[in-house]
Design a protein around this ligand. Structure first.
Ligand SMILES: Nc1ncnc2c1ncn2[C@@H]1O[C@H](COP(=O)(O)OP(=O)(O)OP(=O)(O)O)[C@@H](O)[C@H]1O
Length: 325
């Protein structure tokens, strides 16, 4: 892949990398009538980074991706993809991008390998390049033995992997993935994460949207937390958790009737308390010790669990709401 070309030599020599910015957005805004789906967001993505947009349904993630991909025109703000404006240089920008849309749009009539060949022809790529490339990508997507199958016979996870393989046909430097694993079972998600991780290792810049905090934690070097078209926070998953949550969280279930009335009795334990309809969360750096304090007050939850803080906790802290409604 020619992705390596945009990685500076410093990356390999061990000196601090100063990677070029490949995507820069400034005050990026998209309005649909009165609704600002994306409301003045600014961010930049260096080459080779895996960058995430994390937020609930309707946050504006897909709209932001569509503007980056040159599919939707922005209302205002600035957008620069490898030095080009997607609104004025759509085809040139798209030549650098691989796009994996939220809904697979494979050609169901065609066989698996032919999907790659036909798509490659859109880019005007010659068959002498496309045939070995298609085989390489099928291998990468673990679909070699399905090369001659009809697409509609594939599982959801296989279709997703084929869509990713297809997006790589022109050796893009940047891969845009809109909700790459939504609707897939846990095993299929893990296979996909592994493939995306390999691309990242090869230096492909990944930009992905997700409302799964575990996906963001697994795949993203850096992310923006988006809600109602705005950026709520930005940083690496570890930094966001450090800045906006405690090290650990105690989850207690007292039964739906008692969860809300119990809060007063838990007062003073840990740093913060969050009462959800189905459970109470105690934020504390030492969860076990917080749990001991609960017991010492004579309180007996139906279930209790101590876990590390996650991006879900960050989102709850920032918005007062859960990521998955
Ligand atoms: N073409 C459109 N016309 C009008 N409103 C739109 C359009 N596209 C998106 N919206 C609205 O803009 C807001 C942001 O939508 P968007 O799809 O970007 O959110 P999202 O974070 O990607 O969520 P999801 O995961 O559900 O796709 C939503 O309120 C949505 O209804």
């Amino acid at each position: 892949m020619h992705n390596e070309a945009i990685l500076p030599s410093g990356t390999r020599s061990g000196s601090p990398p100063s990677r070029p910015i490949v995507i820069a957005a400034e005050n990026l805004t998209k309005k649909y009538g009165d609704l600002a789906a994306v409301n003045g967001i600014s961010f930049s993505v260096p080459a080779g980074q895996s960058f995430g947009l994390l937020g609930p349904n309707g946050a504006g993630k897909s709209t932001a991706m569509k503007m980056i991909g040159g599919v939707t025109r922005r209302t205002s703000g600035r957008l620069d993809i490898m030095g080009l404006d997607p609104d004025t240089h759509g085809p040139e920008v798209r030549a650098h991008l691989g796009v994996v849309p939220q809904q697979d749009n494979l050609d169901e009539e065609l066989r698996v390998r032919d999907n790659l060949l036909v798509y490659g022809r859109y880019f005007g790529l010659p068959m002498s390049y496309l045939k070995p490339k298609a085989d390489e990508l099928l291998e990468f997507a673990q679909l070699t033995d399905k090369a001659k199958s009809k697409v509609d016979a594939l599982s959801g996870g296989m279709k997703r992997r084929l869509t990713i393989a297809r997006s790589l046909i022109n050796e893009p430097r940047i891969l845009l993935l809109d909700e790459p694993t939504t609707g897939l079972d846990p095993q299929a998600r893990h296979i996909l994460w592994d493939r995306l991780f390999r691309l990242k290792e090869q230096g492909v810049t990944l930009v992905l949207t997700t409302h799964y905090m575990d996906e963001a934690e697994q795949l993203c070097d850096r992310l923006i937390v988006v809600d109602k078209g705005r950026i709520m926070a930005e940083g690496s998953p570890a930094r966001l958790i450090r800045e906006h949550s405690t090290r650990e969280v105690v989850e207690l279930r007292f039964g739906s009737e008692r969860n809300t009335t119990i809060a007063a009795e838990l007062d003073g334990i840990g740093e913060r308390l969050e009462v959800l309809p189905d459970r109470v969360l105690i934020y504390a750096d030492d969860g076990e010790s917080a749990l001991e304090q609960v017991a010492s007050r004579g309180l007996r939850p139906l279930t209790s669990l101590v876990r590390r803080s996650s991006l879900e906790d960050v989102f709850l802290r920032l918005t007062g709401r859960s990521l998955v409604d």
